[in-house]
Design a protein around this ligand. Structure first.
Ligand SMILES: [Zn+2]
Length: 89
């Protein structure tokens, strides 16, 4: 029985496998949580950008898009200087 070292007994192998499986499971769980966190952080960033993007610098009105903002600016604030980012629209 020279080839049977204690480490290769079926009991030890089963225990090793169980440990491996639980490690894999916790790794999957961690990856899932990480993915979800990353997703929501991205959404929050987008929402924040959107909220900041189209607020009239003169009267603080919220604009749904840059074109509306530009029209609003030209109509309501013809004497104010058009913001640079609206000049190309
Ligand atoms: Zn305005």
């Amino acid at each position: 029985m020279w080839h049977r070292s204690p480490c290769c007994s079926p009991i030890h192998m089963a225990r090793g496998q169980q440990k491996l499986q639980s490690q894999q499971k916790s790794a999957e769980k961690a990856a899932k949580v990480k993915k979800q966190q990353g997703h929501s952080a991205n959404d929050q960033k987008k929402a924040a950008q959107k909220a900041l993007q189209h607020i009239c610098s003169v009267c603080k009105s919220q604009m749904p898009d840059p074109k509306t903002y530009k029209q609003h600016f030209e109509n309501k604030h013809p004497k104010a200087e058009l913001p640079d980012f609206l000049k190309n629209i």
